[in-house]
Design a protein around this ligand. Structure first.
Ligand SMILES: Nc1ncnc2c1ncn2[C@@H]1O[C@H](COP(=O)(O)OP(=O)(O)O)[C@@H](O)[C@H]1O
Ligand SMILES: [Mg+2]
Length: 648
């Protein structure tokens, strides 16, 4: 048998050959398929040959191997009808591998394995390369076949092409790291549900890594039925990305759209949560006030446009009858006047004071509807003395008004509105301001009753009176600082949840694109979307934020990881742009056939339907030209905590 320790300079290729793992001889091969002759004795010695396992076919007994074929067992095979081939196989039966075993042919139970040809390993400039086909199979018959495990298997499943490695190095240099980008260990190779032999005592497991270069700024899908380990996979990813980025001093912001509240809280099912493991680096948000959580919501008195657009969304969704005033309220905006757009300084000042008045009227409406004013906040705006004295000489709004003072002041404005318009030229009260006064006083232009501010009352809980910055800015800053942000969306209104989810995603994307467009590198951000079918619609137009991130996220350095049980609910453009796919058990052929369109998932169709083992996943990454079956590590909060505190 070839023995790598006798080889003076064991090369990367030769190291793949593990003589103890000999399982048989290659009978025939062509470009796509191969037939392997094996025996029960050889199989047992190699700790089994499970369905879908990798095999390597190499010249036997040599110290210099030029190339090695990579195969995957796709099933067993009948003895071929071809007489010539039968003779060849019979000859192989009596051939013992170099230096191997003393059994006689009679003791062997022979059998044939059907394999798929995955590619060829060879050396170029001393580096291991994997071609995704075979160049020449004429010499293939008679090659020794091994089932790689441990280090050799790890080399196969973690193979990264020289060009991808170069890209990883370049990105690392940009980020100021030495060497390559890191890799994230997420599990170990597992071929079949029954894993007594190939992962049992004495078997060397192979750790599978997700390359940062494959993962960062890319799309990763996590598919599988409920309770087959999708959330566990996401948790594992979050924690391994966090640990690795800490070790490498590489900042990666992570944000989780947590629809079930399982990342923010310890729940009964799974002891421990991401928030508990990384208390110093995790910020939790919710739509309703809760201790230990920041409010996702905005302060409507300060983030005026944000607040107004939230109200617009809620009002539109509530399907109230549309009065003229409500229509006008919905189509308003609160964009301050721009100096460049004004013909003179005087005009700019005039527009600014009109805008201030409109803002004040809006704030008065909110206050009247019961929206709590922020602590110490008063409705404040300047009014020129001539007009002010006409309205109420004893009140100057520049000193700030309380909610009731503002109401009274606008009430007085309305009494003399006609007079004010004629004395000050036609435009002291703009149409929008007029509408807002209507809403405040519950009277339309004809003097008839309207519900006015009452329409806004049901949405009071969306206003966060104690917040001083836009929640989106705040979240983005956390991400840029490499923190973990958990959006606990398990409580609150589903419509608002989807809207908010989009708004935050849009903000992250726009902020990062703006950095990119300035010629700088945006921070690395990973967005995890749990139960993605609730957040990312299949029928969304391409211009919507999620398909946009999927298409252009790479420039903005935004990675998206989405988890769902339904492959078919995912937007086709997002699926087509997904570089990494992790699938556990699926229970129906439609979903499987959707997936079988991609790469070689078809090879695993049967096993994905049959094997329901939790965390047993088939993984296709950008770097790997084929699917790798992996048992995802369990996210173990206790172990993780020890790592964070340095206890190990
Ligand atoms: N790789 C794994 N190894 C061991 N247990 C796991 C693994 N993945 C998940 N589990 C356990 O299985 C249960 C369901 O996992 P979960 O990740 O919540 O599934 P899903 O999100 O697909 O519904 C949880 O109790 C979890 O701890
Ligand atoms: Mg889940």
């Amino acid at each position: 048998m070839p023995n790598s320790t006798q080889n003076p300079a064991p090369d990367a290729l030769l190291q793949l050959v593990q003589p103890n793992q000999f399982v048989g001889w290659l009978g025939t091969a062509d470009y796509t398929r191969a037939l392997v002759l094996t025996s029960d004795v050889w199989k047992t010695r190699a700790k089994g040959v499970p369905h879908n396992c990798f095999l390597l076919a190499a010249a036997d007994g040599g110290t210099a191997v030029e190339e090695i074929m990579l195969l995957r067992v796709s099933g067993s095979a009948e003895v071929p009808a071809d007489a010539e081939l039968q003779v060849k196989l019979d000859k192989l039966k009596s051939r013992a591998p170099a230096g191997g075993g003393g059994q006689t042919v009679e003791e062997f139970q022979f059998g044939l394995l059907q394999c798929r040809v995955l590619g060829t390993f060879y050396l170029q400039d001393g580096k291991l390369r994997l071609g995704s086909d075979v160049e020449n199979f004429a010499q293939a018959a008679g090659l020794a076949v091994y089932r790689p495990e441990g280090a050799a298997l790890a080399a196969i499943v973690n193979y990264i092409s020289p060009s991808r490695a170069a890209a990883a190095e370049e990105e690392a240099r940009r980020l100021g790291l030495k060497g390559e980008l890191p890799r994230f260990p997420i599990g170990t190779v597992r071929y079949s549900s029954t894993d007594r032999l190939h992962r049992g005592a004495g078997a060397e497991r192979a750790v599978f890594h997700l390359n940062a270069v494959d993962f960062l700024a890319r799309r990763t899908a996590v598919f599988g039925m409920t309770r087959t380990g999708k959330s566990n996979t996401v948790k594992k990813l979050v924690s391994v990305v966090k640990h690795t980025s800490d070790d490498f001093k590489l900042r990666i912001g992570q944000i989780i759209y947590d629809l079930n509240g399982e990342y923010a809280n310890a729940n009964q099912q799974d002891q421990g949560s991401i928030a508990e493991v990384f208390p110093a680096d995790t910020i939790r948000y919710r739509m309703v006030p809760t201790t230990g959580f920041e409010l996702i919501l905005n302060n409507f008195f300060q983030q005026i446009s944000e607040g107004h657009s939230t109200l617009r969304g809620l009002l539109e969704a509530s399907k109230l009858p549309r009065s003229a005033d409500l229509e006008a309220f919905l189509s308003m905006d609160f964009v301050p006047p721009n100096k460049e757009d004004c013909s003179s300084d005087y005009e700019f000042q005039r527009q600014t004071s009109l805008f201030q008045l409109k803002l004040a009227a809006y704030q008065a409406v909110l206050a009247r509807a019961g929206y709590e004013l922020p602590p110490g906040f008063k409705i404040t705006f300047e009014v020129n003395p001539g007009i002010r004295n006409k309205i109420n000489p004893s009140v100057d709004p520049a000193n700030g008004l309380t909610a009731s003072q503002a109401y009274e002041w606008f009430y007085l404005v309305r009494q003399i509105q006609d007079e004010l318009i004629t004395t000050s030229g036609a435009s002291w009260i703009e149409p929008d301001t007029n509408v807002l006064i209507n809403l405040l006083l519950q009277k339309n232009d004809q003097g008839g009753y309207i519900p006015g501010f009452r329409l806004l009352q049901p949405f009071k809980d969306y206003h966060a009176p104690n917040r001083s910055t836009d929640v989106c800015d705040e979240i983005y800053n956390h991400l840029a600082a490499g923190k973990i942000v958990i959006l606990d969306l398990s409580v609150g209104d589903p419509v608002q949840r989807e809207r908010l989810g989009k708004r935050i995603a849009r903000h992250i994307f726009r902020s990062s694109m703006a950095t990119f467009n300035r010629g700088q590198y945006p921070p690395h951000v990973v967005v995890y979307v749990e139960e993605a079918h609730n957040i990312i619609g299949r029928n969304e137009p391409l211009t919507e934020i999620w398909p946009t991130i999927a298409k252009e996220g790479a420039k903005a350095r935004i990675a998206v990881v989405y988890a769902t049980q339904e492959v078919s609910t995912i937007h086709p453009n997002i699926l087509a742009n997904t570089e990494n796919i992790i699938v556990s058990h699926l229970n129906n052929h439609n979903e499987i056939s959707e997936l079988a369109k991609y790469y070689d998932f078809g090879d695993f169709a049967e096993s994905m339907i049959r094997a329901q083992d939790v965390g047993f996943a088939r993984v296709k990454t950008l770097s790997n030209p084929f699917v790798i079956p992996v048992q995802i590590d369990k996210f173990d909060p206790e172990k993780e905590k020890l790592r964070v505190t340095g206890g190990k």
